[in-house]
Write a new protein. Structure first.
Length: 300
């Protein structure tokens, strides 16, 4: 080495941004403090305990085609509705094969003997008959010999103990439904039931248009407001012939509507009852309802 040359200069330049000791590994970060682990919710066991059976509730099991619920059995016998039958069952007034039964949903098998309040019951098959009633027949049973009862027109139709749904006097004609289904009789006798009936009413004089409009807006009878669905003159007929649509099956209400406006009602003919019509049913004739018609009535 040449002595003139001074001692070698130290390399003081730093390469880029590298810092002394940057190649050393960084210390690991301290782990966060963690609280105690939350216990996992217990998984419900597949074989969970069955809910306790409510009092007076029969154990559920598959119903055979030849079995029938006790309340339906009682209702079919005609003594009361299913709802009322439930009350009698809960109160212990019903026996099956001599044993009191208080369980809801109890199934009766063929051959079982059912006693209702001490009387043995015989269930009947439900019958539904539609009659196009003529004049001079009444639904009342206490009007004497001068007025014939409508049941005379159904003689031979069935052996079941049937009754008319609603009442109809001797001068009123048209559709009248008969059945031994007490639930249906009760349903269509309620004042707030939803099925519509259509009547053709004959008056002693022309119905004024202003009276027609007044009736269409509703009529107050005995302090109660009666809703009228529809009222109109019958096409190609005198204005004494009126079509009236409302929900009541009480024919007396129809008569009262017009008498309230000083009209005398000469004739009332019910041409439609809860969707049933007089099509192919001449006056004085009857027919059994179809299965679909029965379903429609039950679903109303």
């Amino acid at each position: 080495m040449n002595k003139k040359d001074g001692p070698s200069k130290r390399n003081t330049s730093r390469s880029g941004s590298a810092r002394p000791g940057s190649s050393k590994p960084k210390p690991a970060m301290a782990k966060r403090a963690q609280g105690p682990k939350k216990p996992k919710p217990a998984v419900a066991s597949v074989a969970a305990a069955k809910p306790e059976r409510k009092p007076n509730q029969a154990p559920k099991r598959a119903k055979s085609p030849d079995e029938m619920r006790l309340n339906k059995y009682i209702s079919n016998s005609g003594v009361c509705s299913r709802r009322d039958a439930d009350i009698y069952i809960q109160s212990g007034n019903v026996k099956v094969n001599g044993v009191p039964v208080t369980e809801m949903g109890f199934l009766v098998k063929p051959g079982d003997v059912v006693n209702f309040d001490g009387v043995e019951l015989t269930p009947e098959r439900k019958e539904y008959i539609l009659l196009n009633k003529p004049k001079n027949f009444t639904t009342a049973l206490d009007e004497g010999q001068e007025n014939r009862n409508v049941l005379e027109l159904l003689r031979g139709a069935t052996t079941a103990k049937i009754a008319a749904v609603g009442r109809m006097d001797k001068n009123t004609t048209g559709l009248l439904l008969f059945t031994n289904d007490t639930d249906m009789i009760r349903k269509f006798s309620l004042p707030n039931q939803k099925s519509s009936k259509i009547y053709q009413v004959s008056l002693d004089k022309n119905l004024k248009f202003e009276d027609l409009e007044s009736i269409s807006s509703g009529v107050a009878l005995d302090g109660h407001r009666l809703f009228v669905e529809e009222i109109s003159y019958i096409e190609k007929e005198p204005k004494t012939e009126i079509g009236l649509k409302l929900r009541t099956s009480n024919v007396k209400v129809v008569r009262s509507i017009f008498e309230n406006f000083d009209y005398n009602v000469l004739k009332i003919d019910r041409v439609s009852f809860a969707g049933l019509t007089k099509k192919n049913l001449p006056r004085g004739n009857w027919r059994f309802l179809t299965e679909q018609e029965i379903i429609n009535l039950k679903n109303m």
